[in-house]
Design a protein around this ligand. Sequence first.
Ligand SMILES: Nc1ncnc2c1ncn2[C@@H]1O[C@H](COP(=O)(O)OP(=O)(O)O)[C@@H](O)[C@H]1O
Ligand SMILES: [Mg+2]
Length: 333
Amino acid sequence: MPSSVMPAARRGGDGQPSPAAVSAVGLRKSYGDKVVLGGIDLDIPAGSVFALLGPNGAGKTTVVKILSTLIAADGGQARVGGHDVATSPDGVRAAIGVTGQFSAVDGLITGKENMLLMADLHHLPKREGRRVAAELLEQFGLADAAGKPAQSYSGGMRRRLDIAMTLVGKPRIIFLDEPTTGLDPRGRHDMWQIIRELVSGGVTVFLTTQYLDEADELADRIAVLTDGAIAAEGSPEELKRLVPGGHVRLRFADPSVYRSAGRALPNVARNDEALSLHIPSDGSQRELRSILDRLDSAGIEADELTVHTPDLDDVFFALTGSGVVDRTKENVR
Ligand SMILES: Nc1ncnc2c1ncn2[C@@H]1O[C@H](COP(=O)(O)OP(=O)(O)O)[C@@H](O)[C@H]1O
Ligand SMILES: [Mg+2]
């Protein structure tokens, strides 16, 4: 993988880190005939949270593996923490922490022992290692459980231990591959809180997720990965602006009223099973009034009216549903 085509990494002569924590141009990866990544670009400022959002099989873990030097890309370039992943993998590894989709925690030993093992791996002096381990166990709410075998931990506790272990090496950039998949709502919220704390400490977080609300909640920028290409990228607000996904939803109890309403209103999408109608709308007072006026003049009363403003779900479906994905596929080829 040639490293000369990378955008200039602005580094001073004193080796100051580049302002981009992660940057990539044209990353490609295939397995046999299957194109997993068809050339993706990334530019993630230091100190921010970036979410790579995509369904199962989209290529999220593949991106994380390439950026964390676990596997090599077939083409393109990437810099992480100011180091080229192809030519300076040791530099990259020294700058990052990775919490994989599958935990690195050893269940047979205690939480504390797992931490001390990491401290040894990072060649911390014994006393320093014990101090760092104790601090992190405390910070992650694991001090009480520190003496118990990790296999007795809940899913959320294991994830917390996993992240605490990656922090032993004081990484500037951490990769969290689906950190909340499989956690219960409480565990997810705990994890969100941990991620926010990491960021307030200045760490750059590269997060993958299948959950739109999670990306919306945590990320400064989101890239939607589908079929090996980034279909859209931006702040949560920018992505929401991409699609006019807002609509008014009317629900009816009586099928005949439902049918008359369908005739009275323009541009409706019907859901015959739910007896509900969706009318595209920006949710403004003017549009609502026009809908209500039409219902009134037809003598129709809806049993329920809800206004739905665009959220990331709308973006996701707009991008992965019709049209857009087909264009994306053409780019991949
Ligand atoms: N080592 C491998 N050999 C063959 N195919 C792979 C390998 N790793 C991943 N894939 C395929 O690449 C695609 C993307 O995988 P992955 O990056 O794990 O997706 P995600 O993390 O978004 O679920 C999937 O179709 C997967 O089956
Ligand atoms: Mg994955």
